[in-house]
Design a binder for this molecule. Structure first.
Ligand code: CMC
Length: 426
């Protein structure tokens, strides 16, 4: 691509007095262009130091568009608000992975394929039985998704589109089954097989909660609320877990290993655990009468208002608005939640308070999601698992995109070495 006039950056290296002209494309300079800037013959060239990759684009992507300043989130160009209102989660998963909304026939085929793959090999149950009785569900999910690659020797085949598409379908179908098994294991209950007469969300609810009844009948309001949550969590461009997936997939590891890496990254409290922290905060506050004192304590810098603020959204997180609606649906189905009033009062106060307004702190996706999960009767340990299920489609969309990206290389960053050298063994 020829450089457009004026689209360059002039860099003067004051160590040598030399001047360099670097191309600017799409608002970026190529990091490797800096390598020509050398202080001497033995200098390998200038590198960038960016722990946390705060200012480094690691890929081109067409999957998700995010504008944090304006509070915009779009999957493949469609605003999240429209998708949350009009689509099912599986329709959104198809959109994310294949780049267009499915036609009626494509959707029917996609749903049928995924429904057909919801069961797991009986051996999976055997190895899950091997976990400690109270094992963390997220850790079980991480291990069992990684373990799936042992069942599919062709999982590493990236060349054959049929094989690739089969594994995409398998993974989206089986993750809820593994997640539900992990929950039941942790709860000391027998695993429930999928019910393929139910839809994606309804089947997941059945695998979680079915006891001795012949058929579990999910409440349609709860089913829809869960679909909404799944849609809102399906992708969020190059975050920590997606980057973990991309790093692992860059070595051509199979998609089960790559998604397991995504789950491992999501497991951390700085990423998938904020909704749990919100719920613990609400439980600690306890009642609306305690909200003013809590708010003052936050403003005095003693603690943070969890579920508020975001690294990229400096406006209302668009997902938070939609989640509030889903929370209302669940509460309508399940009856009042004792902490909803506390959350609403906290939000109202914060949105009127100069401390939060001036710092552009608004509710994020986690402010209400924990309340919904709890209203569904799910324990805190399941919260990150409920995030991982829908994010699987986002991870697979990013993985699928990598397969045809000629610019992708094995990830191999550099370091600034600060240790000893040339020691002699005593
Ligand atoms: N409560 C009170 N004050 C806050 C909060 C908060 N939740 N968040 C930021 N601030 C203040 C902070 O003290 C600082 O004030 P000052 O300028 O006086 O020092 C100012 O706002 C800027 O904060 P920051 O830490 O520089 O902002 P950041 O962009 O680095 O942090 C954040 C973003 C999400 C880590 C932070 O807002 C936070 O800790 N929020 C609570 C935790 C939370 O809800 N996390 C979930 C994020 S959404 C997850 C997802 O999208 O996957």
């Amino acid at each position: 691509m020829p450089t457009e006039p004026g689209q360059t950056l002039t860099v003067r290296d004051n160590r040598t007095g030399q001047t360099y002209e670097l191309e600017i494309q799409e608002g970026t300079i190529r990091a490797t262009d800096l390598r020509q800037i050398k202080a001497g013959a033995r200098d390998p060239g200038l590198m960038t130091y960016d722990p946390g990759l705060f200012n480094t684009a690691i890929t081109r992507s067409k999957v998700t568009y995010l504008d944090g300043e304006a509070g915009i989130l779009q999957y493949r160009g469609y605003p999240i608000e429209q998708l949350a209102e009009k689509c099912t989660y599986l329709e959104v998963a198809y959109l994310l992975i294949y780049g267009h909304l499915p036609s009626r026939d494509e959707l029917a085929g996609w749903v049928a394929d995924i429904t057909m793959h919801t069961f797991v090999h009986e051996n999976v149950k055997d190895f899950m039985q091997g976990f400690r009785y109270d094992a963390q569900p997220m850790a079980m999910l991480l291990a069992s998704v990684g373990g799936l690659s042992t069942f599919y020797p062709d999982a590493g085949n990236r060349q054959d589109p049929d094989v690739v598409n089969l594994h995409i379908r398998r993974m989206i179908a089986k993750v809820p089954t593994l997640a539900a098994f992990a929950y039941r294991h942790n709860a000391g209950q027998p695993y429930t097989n999928p019910d393929n007469e139910l839809n994606y969300a309804g089947n997941f609810l059945s695998m979680l909660f079915k006891m001795s009844e012949l058929r579990y009948q999910p409440d349609p309001r709860i089913e829809r609320a869960l679909e909404t949550l799944f849609i809102l969590h399906a992708d969020h461009e190059q975050n920590c877990s997606t980057t973990a997936l991309r790093v692992v997939a860059s070595s051509h590891a199979d998609p089960y290993a790559a998604v397991a890496a995504g789950i491992a990254a999501l497991y951390g409290p700085l990423h998938g655990g904020a909704n749990e922290a919100v719920l613990r905060m609400l439980m600690r506050i306890g009642s609306t009468g305690n909200v003013p004192a809590f708010s003052e304590s936050v403003k005095a810098g003693h603690e943070r208002l969890m579920g508020f603020g975001h690294r990229v959204y400096k406006n209302y997180d668009p997902r938070a608005r939609l989640i509030k609606k889903a929370a209302d649906e669940v509460i309508a189905a399940r009856g009042p939640h004792p902490l909803l009033n506390v959350a609403t009062e906290l939000e109202k106060r914060a949105l009127e308070d100069d401390y939060f307004v001036s710092r552009r702190l608004y509710p994020n996706v986690d402010f209400y999601s924990g309340l919904i999960y709890q209203a569904l009767g799910l324990p805190l340990v399941m919260f990150p698992v409920l995030f991982a299920i829908p994010r699987t489609s986002g991870w697979l969309a990013q993985w699928y995109e990598m397969l045809s990206d000629p610019e992708q290389k094995i990830v191999r960053p550099l370091q600034i070495y600060e240790g000893d050298r040339d020691l002699t063994y005593p």
